[in-house]
Ligand binder design. Sequence first.
Ligand code: BG6
Ligand code: MG
Length: 216
Amino acid sequence: MIKGIIFDLDGVLVSTDELHFKAWKKLADELGILSFTKEDNKKQKGVSRMESLEVVLSKGNKEYTTVEKEELAERKNNYYVEMLKELNNQAVLPGVIETLIKLKKLGILIGIGSVSKNTPLILEKTELTGYIDQISCGLDITKSKPDPEVFLVAANKLNLKNENCLVVEDSAAGIVAAKAANMKSLGVGPEYKLLRADYSFADLESDIDWNFILQN
Ligand code: BG6
Ligand code: MG
């Protein structure tokens, strides 16, 4: 029986993925890595900032020291945070608010499980903070998805057993992490058919039988 739902943030509740891509692309261009594409960007979904940087650097042929890599990741984040200044509730994906209201009425606790360190800022700018009971994000963890840590921390903060939580994700790494956390998963987003989730839907606007999912 499901008592809490842990939502990934980027690509599940809000449409920030394009901004992540634009910021990485700007950095890649500055580094002369012109072959970085949207296809490469798919590998950055659900993984940490430093691991996402490695995806960009793997497309070039220059070696960087740890200090240089930290500077590059910070530079990308500065571009991203600058773009987030324009973010508002228009970035909330279709069906999200209705789903959160419906789940709350059903007595379900709502958690966030995102490796993004910008999670609190994004929730605030998109006016979603009030719908969320507990946040587990990049600021709480040391290992990114597919490690289950971010979901385990979320379940712990919600005071729920892992098996009573369902994860909603748009990334392959996130679905693997949910399984590793012994949680059921629901996949959404452009790649939903490829995700090996227990349930799959194009988005949260789809006709989802929550009563069935919550009882199983
Ligand atoms: C995830 C995104 O939610 O957060 C990744 O899917 C991103 O693409 C990661 O790299 C880390 O985000 P941030 O905001 O901490 O750089
Ligand atoms: Mg995501």
